[in-house]
Design a protein around this ligand. Sequence first.
Ligand code: URA
Length: 433
Amino acid sequence: MRAVDIITRKRDKQELSKEEIEFFIKGVTSGSIPDYQVSAWVMAILLNGMTPQETTYLTLSMAHSGDILDLSSVAPLVVDKHSSGGVGDKTTLVVAPIVASYGLPVGKMSGRGLGFSGGTLDKMESIPGYRVDLSEAEFMQQLKEIGIVLTGQTSDLAPADGILYGLRDVTGTVPSTPLIASSIMSKKIAAGAQAIVLDVKLGYGAFMKDLKQAQELAHLMVEIGRLSGRKVRALLSDMNQPLGEAVGNANELKEAIETLHDHGPADFREHCFTISAHMLLLGEKAENLEAARNMAEKAVTDGKAWEKFIQLVKAQKGDISYIEHPEKLPSASIHEEIKAERDGYLSMVNAQLVGEAAVLLGAGREKKGAPIDLGVGIIVHHKVGTEIKNGDVLFTIYANSREHLIAAKTKLMNSVSIVKEKCDELPLFYGVI
Ligand code: URA
């Protein structure tokens, strides 16, 4: 078999066999297929799609490109969650400690930013010393000892995804249903959790732009999970506007800390309580969803989730003085406000443009492996549906260069629309699969 023939077949819209997909993924993993051929292949997949059968083969080959963890020695039931990617999505930082505070182990391997969407690892790395490179043995040990782990994908787990993820980020090949489904589910299968909650985002700031695409992705992932013997639930959630107020790495960590202290923006709090509730329910810690939702809120009000977060950061060698005093976290030197220029109602805060503005400031990567600036970002002050007065502050920009500030400002001004007629708030969720 030759990589070029497999690329050509996908270019010509043909269905690939199990053997061809396995051959390609083995070549990706061993490095025998060079980046330029891998990039051409993922572009062909993005343009021509894959059948559910091909996507399942792709997912399983990627999951088996490295080790598959067996967590049964750690606990009878370990839960995990994964978001399909969004702007301002710092949910894991809050839900993992909430759920783990009830003795339900959460073992999570997270990713870095992808395109205009942020990544949990980058956010956690705002804490000096915090290790995101735990070995498998350390992952298992910490999960057993404190019931929570939040680390990066080790090079031994789904290594093919690690390679594809890095290339897709910089080759315009992120928004593809089979590539996203296989990326997410291969990691989840390899990381070993028996129960998984998927947060499938839809809207401007998501890779899935509408409900139909998001439902398709969610069904595909739930089915792949079922075939692999996992309990999977997918929630369809809004990503037309950013989640919460903070966008950017240290900014988002600060907002997660505020939320764990029982403050934080109302939409973000409710989103976290709902995701946590589904995890608690799948993990058999609650009788029904309402009870689980109340448990989630209680873990925040009584400080148990915060204690768990401190335990996590300590275990992964982060300097906890930075989370106890978040003013010590990186913060950019230039702060500038963007104000409304008319009265009316906010009808759009386009999350993709806000995410792109954050990347222009330096919060995301334009090249594989490029460094990012943890202290830059944006605060989004209002939600769609809010009444706005001329002069109200819409955004605060945190920048470290005038040039970046100007570029981000233009994007942000284009991201909002203020209309005369009253408009509805956006829902947080669109359904559960
Ligand atoms: N999250 C992932 O892990 N992979 C994707 O492809 C998109 C979001």
